[in-house]
Design a protein around this ligand. Structure first.
Ligand code: GLU
Length: 465
């Protein structure tokens, strides 16, 4: 059997990290089994669905590298098929026409509530002669659900979950205006797309019982279900804006790498021993949906940030340089051209050692793109005493004779310190201030080499004036 999974978002908002994790689990499960991972946009709610939300969802999936197979299915284009199946059920005697008016349904609900029962449809048209139908009234189609026994779902995460059939009423599958209900559309689509595994948030568990009844009424094979617990904020409450970023693209904005976000989301709710850093290939090799934890997981931004630092250190320097340049390009005070790009690329192996996010990295690299005069942080300014300025002139002369390789610069600085009776730090700190405008930077030799002879000497000249 070819494993086929799907991610089925409703395009009514952003791609939330809970949704992203659902997509990731579906992706990993299908890839692990050499199967297919499909996207179905559940845009049947025309009022709330927007093209913009669809675009954002696809952009988020692309950013996370969750590639889909086959064409994206838009649920709204399949309404005729949903209706067709509803009529098949009708013809097979598994569904019936219900002519209840909105008023009748309201009364039914009110009476049930008054009698302390749960508000359910009482099945009054289930066995009624269709010739009783009020003239001109448009019926809804309801599933003739089993009334005895129970519906059991062997969930791959939750284990067996069951509900007595007497608890469920005859649900509408096709509304009186001919539009399918959501529960019905999902079943028809999952069947037609030959989905073998439905992996989704456990907020859908109660829908599953009803969906199973439709599968069974059609005599269709059931997919396997896996309902994964939701993600909560660190305080245990439902994840919301006040906990920090919740949209996947917001994480990109905040300087996270997609592989770090994927790794974090994977570990949030799934584990393999104490493995923390799990790259894409290893995740595909190890992932099994039955290893997903049953309890809700809590979002931990500090842990994500740490993982991001690890992935930044592993990331390719050209890629990091491009990401940094993209950010610096928005800063009007910088001159982000080929020179700056070359300097940033040269220093990247050192810059990335300390950065936790791409924002950190861009901040740490900005001095390389700053035209003269360089802005000075107060602590750097304090380094540039009259005496230090005099020293910088001599240092500049010594460096001018160096070959400007890291090793050559290191040797020249040591020789300068030795010959003038200074400690290396006494030379390096004013030098760093002059070159970077700050008191923190990667090693002074690497910083000098990245700036290159002309720029480094120009900065020293400017600072020693
Ligand atoms: N469209 C549903 C949602 O966005 C998911 C339905 C499903 O996965 O079956 O929550």
């Amino acid at each position: 059997m070819t494993i086929r999974t799907r991610f089925a978002p409703s395009p009514t908002g952003l791609l939330h990290i809970g949704g992203a994790r659902t997509a990731l689990f579906n992706f990993l499960y299908s890839r692990h089994h050499g199967g297919a991972f499909l996207l179905r946009v559940e845009d049947t709610d025309r009022e709330r669905s927007t093209d913009e939300a669809t675009r954002v969802i696809i952009e988020g999936l692309d950013w996370l590298g969750l590639d889909r197979d086959e064409q994206t299915v838009f649920q709204s284009t399949r309404a005729a098929r949903h209706a067709e199946v509803a009529y098949q059920l009708l013809e097979a005697g598994k569904a019936y026409r219900c002519y209840c008016t909105a008023d009748e349904l309201r009364q039914m609900r009110e009476q049930a509530v008054a009698e302390g029962r749960s508000p359910r449809y009482d099945g009054r048209w289930r066995d009624r002669d269709p010739s009783d139908a009020p003239a001109g009234a448009k019926p809804a189609i309801r599933l003739k659900a089993p009334r005895t026994g129970e519906t059991v779902v062997e969930d791959l995460v939750q284990g067996p979950v069951r509900v007595g059939n007497a608890e469920m009423d005859d649900m509408i599958i096709l509304r009186s205006d001919g539009t399918p209900t959501y529960l019905h559309a999902v079943v028809v689509d999952d069947h037609d797309m030959a989905i073998t595994h439905v992996i989704r948030g456990d907020d859908h568990l109660t829908n599953t019982f009803r969906q199973v009844q439709i599968f069974q009424a059609m005599g269709w094979d059931l997919p396997r279900f896996a309902h994964i617990p939701l993600i909560h904020g660190a305080d245990g409450a439902k994840l919301s804006k006040r906990h920090g970023a919740v949209s996947v693209l917001e994480f990109r904005e905040q300087g996270f790498l997609p592989e770090a976000v994927c790794n974090y989301l994977l570990r949030l709710g799934w584990s393999h021993g104490d493995l923390e850093v799990v790259g894409r290939d290893e995740a595909i090799r190890l992932f099994d949906v039955t290893d997903v934890n049953r309890g809700a997981s809590r979002m931990d931004y500090a842990k994500l940030t740490n993982l991001n630092g690890i992935y930044i250190r592993q990331a390719d320097d050209d890629r990091l340089t491009a990401l940094v340049l993209e950010r610096l390009a928005h800063r009007p005070e910088l001159a982000v051209g080929a020179h700056a790009a070359g300097r940033i690329r040269a220093l990247m192996p050192h810059l990335k050692e300390r950065a936790k996010t791409i924002i950190d990295l861009a901040d740490a690299a900005a001095f390389l793109a700053h035209p003269l005069p360089l802005p000075m942080q107060p602590k750097a300014e304090a380094q540039l005493t009259a005496e230090a300025k005099l020293m910088l002139r001599d240092v500049a002369a010594a460096l001018a004779a160096s070959d400007f390789t890291i090793a050559g610069l290191d040797a020249a600085l040591r020789a300068f310190a030795d010959s003038t009776g200074r400690k290396l730090g006494q030379v390096a700190q004013p030098l760093r201030a002059a070159l970077t405008g700050s008191t923190v930077s990667p090693g002074i030799d690497a910083t000098l080499a990245a700036l290159g002879r002309d720029e480094a000497l120009a900065r020293l000249a400017a600072a020693s004036r």
